[in-house]
Design a protein around this ligand. Structure first.
Ligand code: UDP
Length: 339
């Protein structure tokens, strides 16, 4: 297939581009580079020996998106483009809703105009709210008790896609609910390159290990978890990327939903220990108050994706730490410093 990958220069996008190319698909990336770098795609081209067509446009700008995609040729879309910082979404709700919802609406219109009826959408386990269940399956209610506009924008996008599909029965869509993507390509040539202070645990830990930050703040040790710190289902970004390819290759008319997770939980302190072992560095940390909106535990039941997509995670948390360290140690300032 020739796949339009929106947000394809970002962290998940670059790994998905690489995995699609290696699976024999062609890739057209649409990105506005507001939070990503062209260098990531140059490295994908180096790693795969294949070319990537790049279209620079903001999908939320209808006129720009129309002009940019008018002559583009693709049979399917993997839609990753969007804003993703939870805290920022609380401070700038209108910007988050405008960007994340309008870009999906524009994309669906353009797909309809062009007769492209295959879509894989990047959703999030955050749509489950605070589920109070050890492992979350896809039939868990969505949109209950969400605490931030980012999470709401994912839940609303899911609903938009469901309603559009009902009015357009040939539309083939999969909603992928990601748990916590971590790690990097094992070459260490591409990886997560957050702007400013990382919001997420593993990039923060990686920057502490490399000496860019002094210590980690652990958000809360009073949760009802084995060591009191938050438990998450960390999924290697290469496993996540393979999940997109599996979903794309098994699309059929309708809307299917899959959790992409490992099914295993790790605490904040488990991650600190694993990263310290992988990097051979101390990770100093201090326990501070919980972060508002955080849940105690979020772990996937990935049985449906295992069964129906023939996909499962094959990489461990230790693998993810090793690969994130390869990326961080070879590129201490992300894509900025290395050529
Ligand atoms: N966390 C932490 N310190 C940080 C960042 C995150 O203790 O600087 C914790 C957070 O409370 C949660 C886990 O690490 O328990 C994963 O957080 P992250 O932001 O990576 O992902 P989330 O699950 O919130 O989407």
């Amino acid at each position: 297939m020739r796949v339009l990958l929106t947000g394809g220069a970002g962290y998940i996008g670059s790994h998905t581009a690489l995995t699609l190319l290696e699976a024999g698909h062609d890739v057209v990336v649409l990105d506005d580079f507001s939070n990503s770098r062209r260098e990531s795609l140059r490295r994908v081209e180096q790693l795969t020996g294949r070319g990537v067509q790049v279209i620079v446009a903001d999908l939320a700008d209808r006129a720009a998106a129309d002009a940019a995609l008018q002559d583009a040729d693709f049979d399917a879309v993997v839609h990753l483009a969007g804003l993703k910082a939870v805290g920022e979404s609380v401070a700038q709700p209108a910007r988050y809703y405008r960007t994340n919802l309008v870009s999906t609406l524009n994309l669906l219109d353009i797909m309809r105009d062009k007769g492209v009826d295959r879509l894989v959408f990047s959703s999030s386990a955050t749509v489950y709210g605070d589920p109070q269940t050890p492992r979350i399956a896809e039939d868990h209610p969505v949109g209950l008790g969400l605490t931030n506009p980012y999470g709401w924008s994912k839940a609303m996008n899911e609903q938009i896609i469901r309603d559009v599909q009902r009015a357009w029965p040939q539309l083939q869509t999969v909603l992928l609910r990601y748990f916590n993507p971590v790690g990097a390509h094992p070459s260490g040539r591409i990886g997560e390159d957050p702007a400013g202070i990382p919001n997420n645990l593993m990039p923060f830990v990686a920057q502490v290990a490399v000496g860019r930050r002094e210590k980690l703040a652990v958000f809360g040790d009073g949760y009802a978890t084995p060591d009191g710190t938050g438990v998450r289902d960390y999924i290697h970004v290469m496993d996540l990327a393979e999940g997109h390819v599996a979903a794309l290759e098994r699309l059929s008319p309708g809307v299917e939903v899959y959790n992409l997770g490992s099914g295993a939980g790790a605490s904040v302190l488990d991650v600190v220990r694993a990263f310290s072992a992988a990097s051979g560095r101390d990770i100093p940390y201090e326990l501070i108050a919980p972060r508002e909106g955080d849940v105690a535990t979020s772990v996937a039941d990935p049985a449906k994706a295992n069964r129906e997509l023939g996909w499962r995670t094959t990489r461990s948390l230790d693998d993810a730490c090793r690969d994130a360290w390869a990326w961080q140690s070879q590129n201490p300032r992300g894509f900025n410093t290395q050529t």
